[in-house]
Design a protein around this ligand. Structure first.
Ligand SMILES: Cc1ncc(COP(=O)(O)O)c(C=O)c1O
Length: 375
């Protein structure tokens, strides 16, 4: 039996129709995975990874230890130097996942007395990281530079404190993007440090949105993750050499865990080779543009959050209602997942459509035609 308090929490979840369950994979049309470019299923990437393992004589199954002890396989060096070249970064440090990269960066750099300003819709990994740090934190309204400015104004008065501003270049539950140029400029003008999570931008917008705007040198750190468009697993923090040295010394989620297995590193190297040589992002842009046209054609614009990314969300209030519509779409073959409260705030529950290079026009027009009849 679970302790009473835990049992009560589960009961509340059930009453709110928000109990999470592990599902199994299915054969429905994929409007739900983060495999935006189809890389997780790419035979070419799989074969390249295999060849690289063969060339490097790798027959190991696991890393055997933390990267600081026995787990720093030579392939890490190759991957991190590739990442620096591709992402135009002075240094890069690979972490086991995006979740641990955010924990490892934010919890270790922000010190007691420092201030962390973050967008109110930032991912759970960012909020958990802030919770682990000793700095004071304040959220600003979603993508609202005026609100951010008033916080910067208020907290920049004391000169001995460092201010970090954290946001995402594509929001995971909304798919939208802040005015990155404006935000980075504003942050710099107050001498604050900008951290941008590019989890849902890498691959979708080639090497990420910061880089596409040429702003990589103006930010303190970028987080890129490999489990989404790259179709693999892991993440990296891109920043200065000094930041890398600091993280290797003080980032507990980096230090106290077993490194990624060598084949995971090899697959990231192969996925990047593939991304550099191919223009799958252009094919994805066409899919996104077609989806947006179909939103208009089906008169659904008022439901959808404005987004030019591969994440397109239709707000359908209420856990019961959004679950029911998702269920109906699943029954006719479309895997569109409901995002429930408390993952998003009450009243802002939504259907989240993740778009992929392999989604056909017919699938898109049919799923939106059906949605228009269900809402
Ligand atoms: C914005 C953002 N950052 C970080 C993560 C965590 O990345 P990972 O899945 O590699 O742990 C996610 C995953 O959903 C995300 O959406």
């Amino acid at each position: 039996m679970l302790p009473k308090k835990l049992q009560n929490k589960l009961e509340t979840r059930k009453e709110e129709n928000a109990l999470r369950r592990l599902g199994s994979s299915n054969l429905l049309v994929d409007f739900s995975s983060n495999d935006y470019l189809g890389y997780s299923q790419s035979k070419d990437i799989f074969k390249q990874t295999h060849s690289l393992m063969h060339e490097e004589n790798i027959e190991a199954n696991g890393a055997t230890g933390s990267r600081l002890l026995s787990g720093n396989h030579p392939l890490y060096k190759l991957l991190e130097s590739n990442l620096c070249k591709i992402h135009l970064s002075e240094a890069s440090l690979v972490f086991n996942s995006g979740y641990t990269a955010n924990l490892g960066l934010i919890s270790s750099v922000s010190q007691r007395g420092d201030i962390v300003l973050y967008d109110e819709l930032c991912h759970a990994s960012i909020r958990d990281a802030i919770g682990m740090s000793h700095a004071k934190s304040y959220k600003f309204q979603h993508n609202n530079l005026k609100d951010l400015q008033s916080l910067l104004e208020k907290y920049s008065l004391e000169s001995d404190r460092t201010i970090y501003v954290i946001t995402e270049s594509v929001f995971s539950m909304d798919g939208d993007t802040p005015d990155l140029s404006g935000l980075i400029k504003l942050t710099k003008s107050y001498g604050a440090h900008c951290i941008i999570d590019e989890a849902h931008a890498l691959g979708v917008f080639k090497f990420g949105l910061v880089q596409s705007l040429g702003l990589q040198e103006k930010v303190f750190a970028r987080i890129v993750t490999f489990g989404k468009a790259m179709g693999c697993h892991g993440a990296a923090i891109l920043g200065s050499k000094d930041l890398k040295t600091y993280l290797v010394n003080f980032s507990r989620p980096f230090i106290y865990t077993t490194g990624l297995p060598p084949h995971a590193i090899a697959s990231i190297i192969s996925a990047y080779n593939y991304l550099q040589l191919n223009s799958n992002d252009k094919a994805l842009a066409k899919v996104i543009s077609y989806f947006k046209d179909q939103i208009e054609a089906n008169k659904l614009s008022q439901l959808f959050i404005e987004s030019s990314s591969a994440i397109q969300c239709a707000v359908i209030s209420g856990n019961d209602r959004v679950k029911r519509i998702s269920q109906k779409l699943q029954e006719v073959g479309f895997d569109v997942k409901p995002i429930l409260s408390p993952t998003v705030s009450k009243g802002k529950e939504r259907l989240r459509f993740c778009l992929h290079t392999y989604n056909s026009k017919e699938e898109i027009s049919e799923v939106l035609r059906l949605l228009a009849t269900f809402v």
